[in-house]
Design a protein around this ligand. Sequence first.
Ligand code: NAD
Length: 278
Amino acid sequence: MDSTEAPQGVIQAHLLRGQKALVTGANSGIGMATALGLGRAGADVVVNYVADRDAAEKVVEEITSFGVRAAAYEADVSKEDQVVAMVDRMVQEFGTIDIMVANAGLQRDARLTDMTLAQWQKVIDVNLTGQFLCAREAAKEFRRRGVVPEVSRAAGKIICMSSVHQLIPWSGHVNYASSKGGVQMMMQTLAQELAPEKIRVNAVAPGAIKTPINRSAWETPEAREDLLRLIPYDRIGDPVDIAHAVVALSSDLMDYVVGTTLYVDGGMTLFPGFATGG
Ligand code: NAD
């Protein structure tokens, strides 16, 4: 699936001009669309990947065609030394970082009594600890540099990729739902801690977005129909829907937005079962 299919025209090319963004897990799905969106909005972009360098290089090539700088950096976000080295390298090569999008995530699904400790641990390590490490390293650089008024009113922006499952329990996915519940409290705590330094921390919580992570939920007509029952707006989301939210949240248009989760879910968190029941 091509994440660039949906219209991109609403992104204004000057919105993030002069800013430097890093997107984790940016060679696929939501991260890829977000990296492209930030590039279209005028930011230079580091495309993080852990596997499939070719896909990352393709994203870099497309971003570069918008007239901004981009590079692909390999790092496993769950490994402290690799995250430290990635942000250090960005500061060396790009001068600084203004926007950290902690997007990388995965699922290892199983019902409770079948779930191994390794499945639990892997999801927590990548989805929660990975975001902690990325936020920490970005915040150090934001603090060192402070506000540069010609670039942005904030010293830096952190966007955590959460999920509607920070709110909606999800049977058979206790590791994933717990990691996203953790992301919500981590995001709010960091927002409270860092706001006095003019560092804005927010989250985007996607609903059902067509990406490789949830292929089984939208691939067959039956699965699609089941899924659409949960979405009042009656369409499955595109990665670009999330990219638009991240671009807006990281721009000065949203400078007074601090510690908020923006649900981008076609109304999934309106509990549509209650439209007729309850
Ligand atoms: P995806 O599988 O297409 O992308 C996930 C990306 O994360 C991939 O590039 C993968 O290589 C990367 N990644 C995994 N482990 C990593 C690691 N250790 N270090 C660095 N990168 C790593 O899936 P997606 O749907 O684009 O997911 C992106 C984010 O959006 C995830 O955090 C996911 O939980 C969240 N999300 C997705 C949906 C959806 O419906 N697709 C809904 C809610 C939340």
